[in-house]
Design a protein around this ligand. Structure first.
Ligand code: GAR
Length: 215
């Protein structure tokens, strides 16, 4: 069984989706720890309630990023994880840290990368008037919100959407692709080939999403 560590900064709904899937037997893994850079993150309490060991490492308590990341990697390595999942972890990570976990650190991002890296992705999508928005799971590399893409989900942008409505629709899709990506990793089905990721034994789905749907 693979050992999975999850890093969060806030609510922890993506983390909870992974815990639910593990509990339901959909992911063959043990979540061995949840780490947050924010001691008050609601997701930490949620993890504790589920019996998962938690660690809080307040980034504000460190003089610089390197010192914070030394502490963070110490806490991660103490769990000996096979996979590290950034599930709403809102700190930019330095080159040494990223290199240490290359090929075994996944991130969920609320846009169809390479569109809208960074913050406020839903507001940007609404401002641009796009009809399709979505989310991406990718391996973490030194370039923030880049790195080999494992899975993406596209969602429709509806006429009446505000940021909250669009974010909620994307979040439901995030939970689905993150659970799938973690499952594939834990089943040794992901093959990184340069900037592309192949999923072994992948099932093909619908090839085209039309928004608005054709009448
Ligand atoms: C999610 O929407 C995730 O994609 C985003 O933070 C949210 C965390 O929600 N992550 C990023 O923006 C990273 N660049 P959650 O705590 O409920 O999982």
């Amino acid at each position: 069984m693979k050992r999975v560590a999850i890093l969060i900064s806030g609510r922890g709904s993506n983390m909870a989706a992974i815990l639910d899937a593990v509990r339901a037997g959909e992911i063959a893994a043990n979540v061995i720890g949840v780490i947050s850079n924010r001691p008050a993150a609601p997701g930490l309490a949620l993890a504790s309630e589920r019996g998962v060991p938690t660690v809080a490492i307040d980034h504000m308590a460190f003089a610089d990023r390197a010192a914070f990341e030394r502490e963070l990697s110490g806490a991660i390595d103490a769990f000996s994880p096979d996979l590290i999942v950034l599930a709403g972890f809102m700190r930019v990570l330095g080159a040494d840290f990223v290199a240490r976990y290359r090929g075994r650190m996944l991130n969920i991002h609320p846009s169809l990368l390479p569109a809208y890296p960074g913050l406020d992705t839903h507001a940007q999508a609404l401002a641009d008037g796009v009809k399709v928005h979505g989310c991406t799971v990718h391996f973490v590399t030194q370039d923030v919100d880049h790195g080999p893409i494992v899975a993406q989900a596209a969602v429709a942008v509806h006429d009446g959407d505000d940021e909250a409505a669009l974010a909620a629709r994307v979040l439901r899709a995030e939970h689905r692709i993150l659970v799938a990506a973690v499952r594939w990793f834990c089943d040794d089905r992901l093959v990184i080939d340069g900037n592309r990721v192949r999923v072994k034994h992948e099932l093909t789905g619908a090839d085209t999403l039309l928004v608005p749907a054709l009448q």
